[in-house]
Structure formats: C-alpha cells, structure tokens
Design a protein around this ligand. Sequence first.
Ligand SMILES: NC(=O)c1ccc[n+]([C@@H]2O[C@H](COP(=O)([O-])OP(=O)(O)OC[C@H]3O[C@@H](n4cnc5c(N)ncnc54)[C@H](OP(=O)(O)O)[C@@H]3O)[C@@H](O)[C@H]2O)c1
Length: 318
Amino acid sequence: MRAAVLHALGQRPRYQELPDPRPGPGEESVRITACPLTNLDRARAAGTHFAAPTELPAVLGSLAAGRLPDGSRVLFRSTRGVMADRATTRHDWCVPIPDTVDDVTAAAVQNPGVSAWISLTWRAALHPNESVLVLGATGVTGRLAVQLAKHFGAGRVVAAGRDPRGLAELRGLGADATVRLDVPDRDLDLALREAAGPDGFDVVLDYLWGRPTEVYLNTLVVNDMVLRHSRTRLVQIGQMAGPSLTLPAEVLRSSGLEILGNGTGNAPPPEVLSGSLVRVLDLVGAGQLRIATHPVPLAEVAEVWDLAPSGRRTVLVP
Ligand SMILES: NC(=O)c1ccc[n+]([C@@H]2O[C@H](COP(=O)([O-])OP(=O)(O)OC[C@H]3O[C@@H](n4cnc5c(N)ncnc54)[C@H](OP(=O)(O)O)[C@@H]3O)[C@@H](O)[C@H]2O)c1
C-alpha cells in the first residue's frame, strides 16, 4: 500500500510504499477513499500531544472513509493508522455513510462533528435557550459547534475568533453575535463582558486555551459578597492559543465556573459516539450542517502538512 509514514517526531510524514496491513481476528480490510488531516494529527506528529506515537515509523491518522470488501461505504477508525490507501478495522467500528453525503465530506466531518455534538450534549448538557460562547469559532470544529448549538435550541450563541471574514460567515451559520479576539486584552475583556450580558454564558466551548481563555476567565470574577446561584460549564476541547494558562483562585470562588474537558479520557459509551455520528451525517446530508473541505492527493501529504486553510478541513485522497 501507499501511506503517509512518520519517521521521527517533529518531522513531516513521507509518502511511501509499505506492506498491506493484514486483518487480525475479527477485523476487515478497508480500501480508504478519504482521510482528514487535523490539528490532532499535526500535534501527535510534532510530539506535542499526549497521544504522540511511541513507536516509529508509524502511519498517522485514526479516522477515515472507505469501502469494505462487500463494497459498502463506511466511516471507520483504526488503531494502526489510516493515512494510506489500505487499513484494517473492526466491523463494529464502522458506520455506514448515507447516499446523501460524499466520502470527502463524511471523512471531514467525523471528528469535529462528533466532538462538537458530544461537547454540547454529553459534556455541557446544554438546555434549550441557554447561552453559548464558542472560543475559536472560526475553525472547522468551532463552525460546526455554532451550528449545532443552534440546532439544539441554544438561545444566544456568540462566536469569538480572529478572522473577520470567518466571523462574518458565522453570522450566516447562526451566530447571534461575534467577538474579535485579535485585540488588546482590555478591549477583549470589555467585548466579552458585553457579549455575556448580566447573566453570563451558560456554556463555553473552548478550542483555544492560552491568552483568550485567560482573559475570558478573568471576566467571571465578581467583586461583592452577594450569594448567587450560577453555573458556567466551560468545556476545554483544544489548545490552539496555548497549552497552559493562569487561573486565579478567586475565579472559582466568586463565579459558578465548572471546567470540563472533552477528549479521550472522558469519552461517552461507544453507542453514544456512533449514534451522534449517524445524526451528524444525517444533518449534513439534509443540508442543515455545513462543513467546507479542501481535498488534496495523499501523495502531497508532506507539501500540505503545515497548511491549514482557514475554516476548511484538508482531506487526503489516496
Ligand atoms: N478534543 C476533541 O475532541 C477535539 C476535536 C476536534 C478539534 N479539537 C481541537 O480543537 C482545536 C481547534 O480545532 P479545529 O478543527 O477547529 O482547527 P482549525 O480548523 O485549524 O481551526 C483553528 C482555530 O484556532 C484559531 N487559532 C489558532 N491559533 C490561535 C491563536 N493563537 N489565538 C486565537 N485563535 C487561534 C483559528 O483562528 P483563525 O481562524 O483566526 O486562524 C481557528 O479558529 C484544535 O486544538 C484541535 O486539536 C479537539
């Protein structure tokens, strides 16, 4: 098979020939048709993610679209890498792709769509009419999160990001208001307070961490001794703006902040994950959930590795 192979952490993968993977007991062989290139893949290859490969060389990627031996179109996952034209998987790790969704779109939406769905439902337990702030809304996953928050009946959804064109597009995708992040801290503080209103946000989806999230957290401090009941569920999902931040203790005592994560360590049961993927694919097929893609040949993996087109998911096509 041909595959994108990582030989050393911090390098780009090489497109090269490898022996075909052999299906183990209970596994099937899949002919891959589309594989997304995500920030997770980049961070794992760079060695900056907690799940960076420990054995090299390694085929990267874990989620893709493909054909089973009987010709059926599926989304699947594999623990042995999917940036290739062949992989193996377990039958119970496959979800059929509906006729209304093409392979590239299906492969692109699997990870960010399910992540946004699970963040809003399983982790934040969003209720209708609650307000939502998305930090990093101009990214692929943030855009889906804005749309899904509206789909779940959120009241006010505020999209925060740097890219003015992306923020304008988010208005058309359901955002009620936008906040520019690429401004001085003082201006960002004021903009976030104004967007939050007197009651604050019920749910915050955080794809950034680092400075923007730190500025937001400091807006939560209340300088009085009034007893209140409030809850702000912040779901930590990505760290595009930094791996760490400073959290003053007073934020946690003077506000109703609850910090959760969304990732491998707190995943819902498999049937919840696959059920959410089926619903995400149905919404995409019905034109109610939009994702932009940038398909490129798998052979060009090294050239496109560091290029992340704004708001579009790069998809490698073998
Ligand atoms: N845990 C999970 O389940 C899960 C699932 C999906 C994604 N993620 C993580 O979530 C993050 C976003 O993913 P994505 O798919 O949306 O990526 P993406 O499409 O590449 O978007 C990246 C986003 O981060 C913003 N950004 C990058 N650097 C920034 C900085 N220094 N300050 C402020 N904003 C910055 C970008 O803003 P501009 O548009 O202004 O460039 C854009 O909104 C990544 O860390 C990814 O690994 C986690």
